[in-house]
Every structure is written in structure tokens, then in C-alpha cells.
Design a binder for this molecule. Sequence first.
Ligand SMILES: Nc1ncnc2c1ncn2[C@@H]1O[C@H](COP(=O)(O)OP(=O)(O)OP(=O)(O)O)[C@@H](O)[C@H]1O
Length: 233
Amino acid sequence: MILALDNIHAHYGKSHVLQGVSFEVGDGELVTLLGRNGAGKTTTLKSIVGVVPSTSGSIRFAGKPVQGLPPHVIASQGVCLVPEHRGIFKLLTVEENLLLGQRKRSPWQLDDVYRIFPRLKERRTNGGGQLSGGEQQMLAIGRALMNNPKLLMLDEPVEGLAPVIVEEIVSQLKTIKAAGVAILLVEQNLEVCTQLADRHCVLEQGRIVYTADNATFLADEEVKDRYLGVGLV
Ligand SMILES: Nc1ncnc2c1ncn2[C@@H]1O[C@H](COP(=O)(O)OP(=O)(O)OP(=O)(O)O)[C@@H](O)[C@H]1O
């Protein structure tokens, strides 16, 4: 088990946003966190990396409690969050952005990242601000890989991207998963989720209300309707 959340609560001021979130991610597993807008998906990711402190419950990473530790200490244990807005340094080149994430002992060095993301190699001397949205997303994922994550967390990585770029990112995430990196994915695009995931967890009003493996989820039209308000096309 790489990640285990047990009964996590979190607040923004008086607003009780996470109301007892419990779920697990196994070693090398890809789990999605689904739910309507405002369900608490981003807050859950932020509480795992310690940016939003959880007020009770426990978070264990690779068997060790991480709750309450400062974000940089949690990150150094191998948890990496690629946030929705990607955090690219626009004035640095692609390569400089990647090198910011570099760790000497990481199995992911520049050439490894360039193998998965050939577009980044082509663009390596371009400024981060000159990249398309899809390329920025690839850069954010590439930089996270250089940090040697055991668990990579992605917040809506394909939102607003053209279908051909979405396909490219899906295939790159498959490669990263095949390399043994566990992934926790927050994504509204259910087609992408069901192409990638081993398991799905649905959040509603700050609680996990449904968990199923991918095959069960695909067959369950009711859950999509009830909790997500969408049908799969
Ligand atoms: N910084 C903040 N301060 C106060 N309330 C916040 C803050 N960030 C989020 N919230 C509120 O907390 C709740 C959960 O937000 P969160 O972003 O975790 O949801 P989400 O499931 O990721 O939804 P979305 O897809 O809209 O991002 C929402 O009601 C939101 O308005």
C-alpha cells in the first residue's frame, strides 16, 4: 500500500470541506478521485501533500504517518502533486524547468523524460511561457517525474486540451504507470479515467461514497448518473 487515508477531515475557515475521507492507493496502482464540482477532490490532494492541513484522521505514505509534516518533507518521501495550474516557470526554458525537479538518485533523468515526452525534447530551449497548454502539462508531469515520485498525483491534467493531445497524455501516463509509479488522478473526463484506472473512488460532499474497480464502474450506469451527472459516451 503506497497511500492510505483514514477518516480525513479538513476545513477552510468555518467550512467543513472534507468530512471523513478514507481510501487507499496500492503500489503501482492508478486510482481516480471522481466527483462533482466542489466535492473536495482538489482539497483531498492538497491535504495529502500537507498544503491544506487535515484537522483529524490519518494519512500514511508507504506505511509511515505523514499527516502534520511540512509539505517539503512529505514531497521528499516521494509524493508529487501536479496542480491544476501546472506551476511552470514561464521565463525559464523547458530544460531549466525540468532540471529544477532533478534528483541525483532518481531513475528519471532528462533523457528518460525526453523519451516519454519527445515534444519536450524538441522544445527544450523554448521558454515555458511559449508552450501550448498540452506541452505545459507534459512539462509539469516531466518535472514531477524528475523528483522520483512513488506516487504521482494529477489534478485535471487534460482539462481544456485538444483530443489529439489528450490521447498523447493518456499514452504517456500508461508508460509512467507501467514503470511502476502509482498514480492518483483527479479528472472530469471519464473516458480518460476509464482508459487508465484500476479503480475509482467517488467523492460527494467531502466523503467517499463509492469505490469500484474499473470493470464494475464501467458497467454501473447508475453511479455515473447519481454522483457524476454524466453518462459515458
Ligand atoms: N481556498 C479556499 N477557501 C475557501 N473555500 C474553498 C477554498 N478552496 C476550495 N474551497 C471550497 O471547498 C469546497 C471543495 O473544493 P475543491 O476545490 O476541493 O473541490 P473539487 O472537488 O476539486 O471541485 P472542482 O472540480 O470545482 O475543483 C468547495 O465548496 C470550494 O468552494
